[in-house]
Design a protein around this ligand. Structure first.
Ligand SMILES: [Cu+2]
Length: 428
């Protein structure tokens, strides 16, 4: 199949996927297309006041789930927990208050010399030697503990509960810890080849929910792991199609983080000149094979270890499937190249428009043109959501049972990649 036919095939897919998500589309802001998108770092600059609390999350099928989470004063409750963006060499302080009815704690895997209330953080055990917590606790019903450490290596890390780990992580006690190099906040690592386009930094935290476990915990029943069967699969604490709603969407007050990846084609004369950066954290107990449609991503680091070092060989790799092992992190660069530059005279691409009955016109994302940035008239009476000739590809966990909401397909760990025209997306 030649390139042009491939392009035409891809477009019909775009029409389909765009229509699927049209109902959940964010209200457009036009002039500031990146607002409400991308990684949302918690204010605090290394010093955080955190509360562990119970609350409820909402799922796209209308279900609400009793859940636990960490939050700071910026939210009443939240899942996924606040994204902490810190810097190598700058001390970090997290003061935790535990409003849960169970003891809890925080662990920062990969961080050196973590202290709890000034003492080395180490596992606790009871009189028989049985380990009761992997980290010093904040006791139930209002207890506090303050953790301090100074990060020494950049990268993408998970932070999570160290107490009754299976249950508490299932309940929602986890979040992302982003450590930036001291020299540059727009490089993933100290290597200049890891520079990314400012404001094109994205986070995908993958987790899952078995409503039975959450119900048992809420009712104070013993948890039966033998029947564990997750029904919801979250990206940054939301299931598709909520994943493409903007950060801090008013209709998702306790799930503040969107996960749409928004880029423009690479071009020094407009568009993005550097790649986007997508940081993956897999909180689940199974591997994730995350699949961006339409283009590869380049894996540059695993578990905060660059697949390279400055001046040596390059062991990064491009892949249509970004494999993220259980409890692991992966950093990937994402670039988009426009396939061909359109010129109506010298480079027309003879893509026949589909018959109208084959195009989903109500709620279409399709500008009726195969070319980025071009729009044509829609039939009278049709309103388009497409802002400026941009288009969308899906990205999702290729374990397709995890792209569902309680068994209903096209949900779960699924989001969109949005590609704007080179010159951006001007307000209309
Ligand atoms: Cu797919």
């Amino acid at each position: 199949m030649n390139l042009r036919r491939l392009l035409a095939g891809g477009l019909s897919l775009t029409v389909l996927t765009g229509a699927l998500f049209a109902a959940a589309a964010s209200p457009s802001s036009g002039a500031t297309p990146i607002a409400g998108e991308g990684i949302m770092c918690e204010p605090g600059n290394g010093s955080y006041t955190m509360t562990a609390a119970a609350g409820r999350m909402t799922l796209p099928d209308g279900n609400t789930i009793y859940t636990w989470g960490y939050h700071t004063p910026t939210h009443d409750f939240q899942n996924t927990a606040p994204t902490l963006c810190v810097t190598v060499g700058t001390p970090v302080r997290v003061a935790l208050t535990n409003n849960l009815t169970a003891d809890t704690s925080l662990m920062f895997p990969g961080m050196p010399n973590v202290q709890a209330d000034g003492v080395e953080s180490a596992p606790l055990s009871d009189a028989t030697g049985r380990v009761t917590s992997l980290a010093p606790i904040a006791p139930a019903n209002g207890g506090t503990v303050t953790y301090t450490f100074t990060p020494n290596k950049p990268g993408t890390y998970l932070y999570e509960s160290g107490t009754d780990v299976n249950t508490q992580i299932e309940m929602g006690l986890y979040g992302a810890l982003i450590v930036r190099p001291a020299a540059s906040a727009t490089q993933a690592y100290d290597d200049p080849r890891t520079a990314f386009e400012p404001n094109r930094e994205f986070l995908h935290v993958l987790s899952q929910v078995d409503p039975q476990i959450h119900s048992d915990v809420e009712l104070g029943k013993p948890v039966d792991w033998s029947t564990y069967s997750p029904k919801y699969f979250l990206l940054n604490g939301r299931s598709a199609p909520d994943t493409v709603s903007p950060n801090d969407a008013a209709w998702l007050p306790y799930q503040p983080y969107g996960s749409m990846v928004h880029v423009r084609p690479q071009d020094p004369n407009g568009g993005d000149t550097l790649p986007a950066l997508v940081r993956y954290i897999n909180v689940m107990n199974t591997d994730a094979a995350f699949h961006p449609h339409g283009n590869t991503e380049r894996v540059i680091a695993e578990d905060a270890a660059p697949l390279d070092s400055a001046g040596s060989g390059d062991s990064s790799y491009g892949s249509f499937l970004v494999d993220v092992g259980a409890s692991r992190t992966v950093d990937a660069m994402f670039t988009w190249y426009d396939v061909e530059k359109y010129d109506p005279v010298s480079n027309p691409i003879p893509v026949a428009l589909s018959p109208f009955q084959d195009i989903i016109l109500k709620g279409t994302w399709y500008a009726m043109s195969p070319y980025l940035g071009l729009q044509q008239n829609l039939p009278a009476g049709i309103t388009q959501f497409n802002q400026c000739g941009e288009y969308y590809h899906m990205a999702h966990n290729h374990a397709l049972d995890k792209a569902t909401n309680y068994g209903a397909t096209f949900g779960g760990q699924m989001t969109l990649i949005r590609i704007d025209p080179l010159n951006g997306c001007p307000a209309k």
